[in-house]
Design a protein around this ligand. Structure first.
Ligand SMILES: Cc1ncc(COP(=O)(O)O)c(C=O)c1O
Length: 499
């Protein structure tokens, strides 16, 4: 069998992620004939060691080249250049990304690698705990269909014209009443309808921050805020958390040192850890922000997924100085694809937010806004919430039982009082989350790798598992496979085997 003369030179400072550089170079060598058909490529682990990069990058590159027909894998034997012949391939690789002015931080490379690897979770047949979606069997599809028909019958073409940027007035009224019930006393003029919470967050960053300014958040945090900060060229700085959420002492230091423009937090059932911020921490946070006249964006998209414990007021309900901007959506609790969310923001912020909203997309779909409004009027949300809570609570029990049964001794987690996620810390001296992921995918199970949710380094041994998305029997089977994956990886390392 021809030995692979693989010759790789990596540019670590390049904007192009390492795994993409690998793809480009291996593909180039196959196309030029330097790597002949049948040549065996080095095992991912030994190549990672040789190049001094993460094994994830190599697994990603090999996987993508396999998908494109350049390589084939044979269980137990290795990875080979395909016999399809030179020039038979259609290039799917978009080529090098444009060169950035500044070298990207190392963690961007790492994040790109992890993301590339997470694509493997989309393979059909995988028991996938990696997504952020509520279970699709909860979606009130029939009610939606009925409501859309009713809206079109009732409003005709009006339902399909441009809507005003602030949002469909009756829906804004319904949102005002909805948040009033949780202690937010706002005016109609403070309610802005958005394309989900994701757009709400983006609008806040765009209207309150300029490129190069600093945003503070918890570490770990919601992946979407890391993406938005990157897209808007805003520095994001992670503050460590404890069991009550973002640490106030560390936050105070960062306020002095970094002069941030915004704090982003998720007080209820934080993504990814599931932490609920208790009352005293909520008060401390709002007081600190008021003292510094620093706006807080609170993201409450998991608020309604409460299984036990008391209902706590959102930060906006404790805010007497108009420093808190509140966002929530009808996505997680009703229908993610309908893309309706909202912002509650006081006078000083509101006008700017509306201008940015108008520039972004003129307005959120009027038909979807009217449909959601009708669903609210018909009591579908209230009914849905009750059902969600009962079922998600059952799935949480299944997840805790399965974690206890299958995850390795020395792992840590706590029972979340709400939300969709279980955050598990694997033993720090065993296989990492990324290594476990690779072994789990081979057993058709997947989770979100903890490192994804950190603004810098961290989370190497952490997993986020969306237990809400599967029924108890699948939770049990999926967790079992992940536990087995960890054990297999652990014993392979212990035996000194390299694949
Ligand atoms: C904390 C958090 N905020 C916002 C979003 C985005 O929500 P939406 O679908 O409403 O845009 C998500 C989705 O996963 C989330 O986890």
């Amino acid at each position: 069998m021809p030995k692979s003369p693989l010759d790789i030179t990596l540019q670590r400072e390049s904007e192009t992620p390492i795994y993409r550089q690998l793809i480009q170079q291996i593909r180039g060598q196959i196309e030029s004939g330097a790597l002949p058909a049948g040549a065996r490529l080095p095992a991912s682990r030994s190549l990672a060691r040789q190049l001094d990069i993460s094994r994830i990058s190599i697994v990603n590159a090999y996987n993508e080249l396999r998908g494109a027909g350049y390589l084939s894998a044979h269980a137990g034997r290795g990875t080979f250049v395909s016999h399809a012949g030179r020039g038979a391939f259609v290039s799917r690789d978009p080529g090098p990304a444009p060169t950035a002015q500044l070298p990207p931080p190392a963690n961007r490379q790492r994040a790109a690698s992890i993301r590339g690897m997470m694509r493997l979770a989309r393979k059909p047949g995988v028991i996938d705990f990696s997504s952020g979606s509520p279970p699709s069997e909860f979606f009130p599809v029939r009610y939606l269909q009925d409501a859309i028909n009713q809206v079109i019958e009732r409003d005709g073409a009006d339902a399909l014209s441009y809507e005003v940027a602030e949002g469909y007035l009756p829906l804004r009224g319904a949102v005002r009443d909805y948040v009033r019930a949780i202690g937010i006393h706002c005016r109609l003029e403070d309610v802005l309808i958005t394309g989900g919470a994701q757009q709400a967050i983006d609008l806040v960053l765009q209207s309150l921050m300029s490129p190069g300014e600093t945003l503070l958040t918890a570490d770990p945090t919601y992946l979407g805020i890391i993406d938005i900060a990157q897209a808007r060229r805003v520095h994001i700085h992670g503050i460590p958390i404890d069991q009550d959420g973002i640490r106030i002492d560390a936050l105070e230091n960062a306020l002095q040192d970094l002069r941030p423009r915004l704090i982003y937090v998720m007080p209820s059932y934080q993504n990814p850890t599931g932490h609920l911020m208790p009352m005293h921490r909520r008060r401390q946070l709002v007081r600190l922000a008021a003292q510094h006249r620093l706006p807080i964006l609170e993201d409450e998209v998991y608020r309604e997924f409460r299984f036990d414990g008391d209902e706590l007021p959102p930060l906006k309900a404790l805010d007497e100085s108009d420093v808190v901007i509140h966002t929530n959506a009808f996505t997680k609790v009703l229908l993610p694809g309908i893309r309706i969310g909202y912002l509650i923001a006081g006078g000083p912020y509101y006008e700017r937010l509306v201008r940015v909203k108008q520039a972004a997309d003129i307005s959120t779909s009027g038909l979807n806004q009217r449909t959601i409004h009708l669903l609210l009027e018909r009591g579908v949300l209230a009914q849905q919430l009750e059902r969600n809570r009962i079922e998600l609570r059952r799935r949480r029990v299944a997840a805790l039982t399965a974690a206890q049964r299958y995850f390795p001794p020395g792992s840590n987690w706590f029972s979340p009082q709400g939300g969709l996620y279980l955050w598990v810390e694997l033993p720090p001296d065993g296989p990492s989350a990324a290594e476990t992921f690779i072994a789990a995918i081979q057993r058709d199970a997947a989770f979100a790798i903890g490192g994804l949710f950190y603004t810098g380094a961290g989370g190497d041994h952490a997993l986020r598992l969306n237990f809400g998305i599967h029924k108890p029997a699948l939770i049990d089977e999926g967790f079992k496979r992940i536990g087995q994956a960890w054990s297999a990886e652990q014993s392979r390392v212990a035996k000194g085997l390299v694949f």
